[in-house]
Design a protein around this ligand. Structure first.
Ligand SMILES: NC(=O)C1=CN([C@@H]2O[C@H](COP(=O)(O)OP(=O)(O)OC[C@H]3O[C@@H](n4cnc5c(N)ncnc54)[C@H](O)[C@@H]3O)[C@@H](O)[C@H]2O)C=CC1
Ligand SMILES: O=C(O)CCC(=O)C(=O)O
Length: 423
């Protein structure tokens, strides 16, 4: 198929690794780095593919495929979540690990990016099968992970229980209690106050900063949130509590819409641990319709490639803040920016999660735990600084917010790689 844009074929437009590489190249070119730097950073330094045998409840053995990608460890150990989802691919995990490096650079953490994933559908698995899979994954990747090497955390369809099993398995192999191996743990196992809601808190802080730039009052704002899991449900609650009207939410099975505002507390009460709630309702709209609702703030908080050139012109929001990783394509970013919509990109907006994961790791390392207020105060400072840094870069360099975020995020690992003599 003919290319309508240099460097990207039409059928590559949903290829998140390819589009990430294009933006990294642009960011490095703008910053004046050589092609060698791009060659180093365009792919993870390493990726491990593992096959995990799990005894299922019916007595059979099922073999699952998993991955752990480590993008760049020049700055420090790699860090990033583990995703359990049927559509996990090697390419997706690679792109997700690169985004983690960028996030850590943007919020200035002493980490590089990593990411893991297992091809599975935890919604169809029992508690015991999930525990066996989680433990099997840790045994399979144990050689390349660890509290000073690569520190996992939750992502789509993984939670604090799964982190607890993984931590326990690693501690057994290591022969001592090792809470710093993983973050997003339950509080009683060395988790941090505020980690569960951290991604949504970070997104909320970005929303407040973005609204200031557009002179919108949160109390007058209509909000739409795609995804009602960890990121989306807390975000909907924070928006509702701030006085905004949350008129639409969704999960993998459909979307709910009420122009007068949804009863978020009721929906939170009824959602399951996979962020599913719409199954309980007959009157639904589609995820596609949800994104095109008339609103002030749109927060994609589910999966990749939701806003594309197909629907970017139909989006009515004034501000889009990406809680999900990779919800908007390259082409859609251009359309939205040209239309004057303020787009706060994933690598900035969703960095609250990894920031509080870092706080958790620091607390584990020092064995001294902070109050919820301390965590919130520190997160607020980090996110406001990061937002303004990216916003000002976009203004002064006359680039869109995504390219600005990549320029901010890529610099630290490029410099660290250079000082180490790698490039
Ligand atoms: N949990 C965290 O700390 C962080 C999460 N993120 C990103 O936020 C996004 C959501 O993650 P979580 O809330 O943690 O996951 P989650 O597993 O708690 O919730 C996922 C939500 O997305 C919905 N969903 C799944 N497949 C879908 C589909 N095909 N179409 C529409 N909706 C679908 C689910 O029904 C659920 O409501 C992901 O992109 C993740 O990478 C980013 C930073 C940190
Ligand atoms: O909390 C972490 O370490 C990583 C969170 C994550 O996977 C993400 O930001 O996409």
């Amino acid at each position: 198929m003919a290319a309508d844009k240099p460097g990207i074929e039409n059928n590559d437009k949903l290829d998140i690794l390819k589009s990430t590489q294009i933006i990294i190249k642009n960011a490095l070119d703008k910053l004046g780095y050589s092609d060698e730097v791009y060659e180093l950073l365009k792919e993870p330094l390493r990726i491990m593919t593992v096959r995990i045998p799990v005894r299922m409840d019916n007595g059979s053995i099922k073999i699952f495929t998993g991955y752990r990608a480590q993008h760049n460890d020049a700055v420090g150990p790699t860090k990033g979540g583990v995703r359990f989802h049927p559509s996990v691919t090697e390419k997706e995990v690679k792109a997700l690990s690169i985004w983690m490096s960028l996030k850590c650079g943007i919020v200035d953490l002493p980490y590089g990016g990593g990411k893991g994933g297992i091809i599975c559908d935890p919604r169809d698995m029992s508690f015991r099968e999930l525990e066996n899979l989680s433990r099997g994954y840790v045994r399979a990747v144990s050689q390349i992970v660890g509290p000073t090497k690569d520190i996992p955390a939750p992502d789509v369809f993984t939670n604090s229980q799964i982190m607890a099993w993984m931590m326990d398995e690693y501690s057994r192999m290591d022969e001592f209690n090792n809470p710093g191996f993983i973050t997003g743990k339950p509080l009683v196992l060395g988790g941090s106050h505020g980690r569960e809601s951290a991604t949504a808190k970070g997104v909320t802080i970005c929303i407040y900063e973005a609204l200031k730039k557009r002179n919108i009052d949160i109390k007058d704002a209509k909000v739409v949130v795609q995804g009602f899991g960890n990121a989306g449900s807390f975000l909907a609650k924070f928006m509702h509590d701030a006085g905004a009207k949350v008129i639409g939410i969704s999960d993998a099975y459909g979307a709910l819409f009420d122009p007068n505002g949804l009863d978020i507390d009721y929906l939170l009460d009824r959602r399951d641990s996979f962020g599913t709630v719409t199954k309980l309702f007959k009157n639904k709209i589609t995820n596609k319709d949800l994104l095109e609702l008339d609103c002030d703030i749109l927060v994609p908080a589910a999966i990749e490639n939701q806003i594309t050139e197909e629907n970017a012109n139909k989006i009515k929001a004034k501000v889009i803040v990406e809680a999900a990783n990779g919800p908007t394509t390259l082409e859609a970013t251009k359309i939205l920016t040209d239309r004057g919509i303020l787009l706060v990109p994933d690598v900035l907006a969703s960095a609250g999660g990894v920031t509080v994961s870092y706080f958790e790791w620091v607390q584990n390392n020092q064995g001294y735990y902070w109050s919820e207020e301390e965590v919130e105060e520190k997160l607020q400072k980090v996110m406001v600084k990061a937002f303004n840094n990216v916003y000002e870069t976009a203004q002064t360099r006359k680039v869109d917010m995504r390219l600005a975020a990549y320029m901010v995020g890529v610099r630290k690992m490029a410099e660290a790689s250079r000082f180490r003599g790698w490039i």
